[in-house]
Ligand binder design. Structure first.
Ligand SMILES: [Zn+2]
Ligand SMILES: [Zn+2]
Length: 245
């Protein structure tokens, strides 16, 4: 029933915001076959990640030799591997902000398409479930949605994989991570995530989904909790990430 409702809602949203008619960045008309609803000009302003850190998925310069980015050489992450799609720049910031703060939910469809394609390029098989990075309930209520869940919902549909919305919960409100140092980010996220249903995790290959990967402290804090329930692997899929070299 819920699934059916989502389908109808999706058709309805597509009716109000028809897909692939206007470029999602500059709003100029495009042809139906333009990938990701981006015009050729805007596509050039977006850097799709190709060579990346084998651990966290941050982009690496072509001539950079190590397989890991400087951050991953220094720090240990709690996940198996991170995958990200586009480099965080002015244009990407606009897309993410319009989704999160201007309620332009239709953008999540195109973002999720980019994510699905990037994931397919990896050699990751048998993902058992998708878990969106949760928001604190008051924050989600205020925003009206969790952007990571919107992305997960499309991915789940296209990959035919279960999306576990209530398995991982955020039980405390936290300061925005933006202004905090790396150490403070970790402290800020201590004991804020909990696992509510252990059965969904034990021995499962999990895909944890978020919109932006910055230092990895958010997904690491989530993984720390998930790992207590012995999953098989945890992969991270994010839409955008910044360079750290
Ligand atoms: Zn454009
Ligand atoms: Zn890295």
């Amino acid at each position: 029933m819920y699934q059916l409702l989502c389908e109808y809602l999706d058709i309805f949203i597509n009716f109000i915001y028809p897909r692939n008619i206007y470029c999602i960045l500059c709003n100029e008309p495009i042809t139906k076959d333009e990938k990701y609803s981006l015009c050729t000009h805007c596509k050039e302003k977006i850097y799709f990640i190709d060579k990346s850190c084998e651990k966290c998925g941050k982009p690496l310069e072509k001539l950079y030799i190590p397989q890991k980015c400087p951050d991953c050489i220094e720090t240990n992450h709690y996940f198996t591997k991170g995958i990200s799609c586009v480099e965080y720049n002015k244009e990407i910031k606009k897309i993410v902000h319009r989704l999160k703060y201007q309620n332009q939910r239709y953008l999540s469809y195109h973002m999720a398409q980019i994510m699905k394609d990037q994931l397919q390029k990896q050699n990751i098989k048998d993902i058992d479930c998708i878990i969106p990075v949760p928001l604190y309930k008051n924050k989600e209520r205020k925003r009206g949605f969790n952007q990571s869940y919107l992305l997960s919902k499309y991915l789940g549909k296209w990959m035919n994989t279960e999306v576990e919305k209530k398995t991982l919960l955020k039980i405390k409100d936290t300061l925005s991570q933006n202004q905090l140092s790396k150490e403070d980010r970790k402290r800020n996220l201590k004991n804020v995530f909990v696992v509510s249903s252990k059965e969904s995790i034990i021995n499962k290959t999990i895909l944890l989904v978020d919109d932006v990967y910055t230092t990895g402290s958010t997904v690491d804090a989530c993984c720390k909790e998930l790992l207590k329930e012995n999953p098989k692997e945890i992969y991270i899929l994010t839409f955008a990430t910044g360079k750290n070299i």
